[in-house]
Design a protein around this ligand. Structure first.
Ligand SMILES: N[C@@H](Cc1c[nH]c[nH+]1)C(=O)O
Length: 400
């Protein structure tokens, strides 16, 4: 095939970050890394791929279906990490056995899921997130939710809401409902996709009493401020659901101390599409984006699946989704800094190199011409490239 006929493509669900996007991504990531560090979190970097059996510990359902899998030369099955929660649980269980809890870790990295791709939702995508391991109480959950809100603000977004739920609320309702395991699973799927018609149909076809059906149909509507918790308390009689509501009320009280409670609303129908959560769960939304900006929650059984009992909570945000939301909301990306264009007359290249070095040493952003030019040509090049200043070196003077 001749070169002109070859039109290279990139795989489905991947994208190139050209300089403008890469700059915006870098700016967001730098801001988040510095924020996480200010909250006492240390960065970890884990392998891009791991053994399949490691990545499936404590995880089932859709996440496992979406793995990219391949073999090494010994025929061991490997997979690209679909998120960082499992790799960090592995690290915590194997490398930090002796350290004093809690452990606060953060990451900024790419993860991979084979899914239907669309804007803001590629098969390779970037996450910024934290995991807080070794603390089981509401203080840890409140810290993680507050950090998620602060992180969204740090990126420049202001128009967003975080929905806060608790998986044990629904578990309690399900346990006392009398639905079969299969029916419970389908109810959960309809709640994940917020398909109220499908939910109504499965309930109508079940053997549940009218009162029990009504309760489950109302769960997606339990959405709003503090009143929602008292309303839900009246609706459910079982201890598991009530303990979940108490836990949410505790977290919400602590969030007020962080000053972020106005960004947070209760959403008792919130179920994440990852099934390792065991307690509070949350997702952040912004108008005009049909999928969450960030999400997380408590997952107390994952590290135990690696052999060390250790409660844990955390969240991750989708970097591309943040960038898309910023773009759609007209929030200006950082401009590229272009301080000086250094050009030179025949015979003055050495002087130009020295001058560029001096300016760079001062912290200026400098581009060097690679061929000699006249001052007029250099000025035209400076303007075209968007540099604020021309430094023109000739054989007599080294400035301009
Ligand atoms: N790994 C989850 C987010 C999370 C981090 N910790 C707990 N949950 C995700 O990809 O959505």
């Amino acid at each position: 095939m001749s070169r002109s006929q070859f039109l290279p493509q990139i795989p489905y669900g991947t994208k190139d970050f050209l300089p403008r996007d890469a700059r915006r991504k870098r700016a967001a990531e730098n801001a988040l890394a510095s924020l996480f560090a200010r909250w006492g979190y240390d960065e970890v970097v884990t392998p891009t791929f791991e053994y399949l059996e490691t990545l499936t510990v404590g995880v089932s359902g859709d996440l496992v279906q979406s793995l990219f899998k391949f073999f090494d030369r010994n025929n061991a099955i490997l997979a690209l990490r679909p998120d960082m929660t499992t790799p960090i649980a592995r690290v915590a269980a194997t490398r930090f056995r002796e350290s004093v809890p809690p452990l606060r870790l953060f990451y900024l990295t790419n993860v991979f899921r084979q899914e239907q791709a669309q804007a803001g939702r590629q098969c390779e995508f970037y996450q910024a997130g934290v995991e807080l391991l070794g603390a089981g109480g509401p203080a840890a959950d409140a810290e993680v939710v507050a950090l998620a809100v602060t992180a969204l603000l740090e990126t420049g977004l202001t128009n967003f809401q975080v929905g806060l739920g608790q998986v044990q609320f629904l578990n309690g309702v399900m346990a006392e409902s009398g639905l079969t395991a299969g029916e419970q699973q389908r109810v959960k799927q309809f709640l994940v996709s917020r398909d109220l018609v499908g939910l109504g149909e499965i309930l109508a076809g079940s053997s549940l009493s009218a009162a029990a059906q009504k309760l489950i149909r109302e769960i997606p509507l339990l959405h709003g401020n503090d009143k929602v918790v008292s309303e839900a308390y009246r609706l459910v009689g079982n201890d598991v659901s009530r303990a979940a509501l108490d836990n949410l009320a505790d977290i919400r009280r602590l969030l007020a101390g962080y000053g972020v409670e106005r960004y947070v609303t209760f959403d008792l129908g919130l179920i994440r599409d990852l099934d390792y959560y065991t307690g509070m769960v949350f997702e952040g939304y912004t108008p005009g984006l049909g999928f969450p900006l960030c999400g997380g929650g408590r997952y107390d059984n994952m590290v135990a699946a690696f052999g060390v009992d250790c409660p844990a909570t955390g969240f991750a945000m989708g970097i591309e989704r943040i960038l898309l939301a910023l773009e759609r909301q007209g929030i200006a990306p950082p401009e590229a800094v272009r301080d000086a264009y250094v050009a030179w007359d025949e015979g003055a290249l050495a002087a130009a190199i020295a001058e560029a070095g001096r300016l760079r040493h001062e912290g200026r952003t400098v581009e060097m011409a690679l061929e000699a030019s006249s001052r007029a040509e250099a000025e035209a090049a400076r303007a075209a490239k968007g540099y604020s200043r021309l430094v023109y070196c000739d054989n007599n003077v080294a400035a301009g």
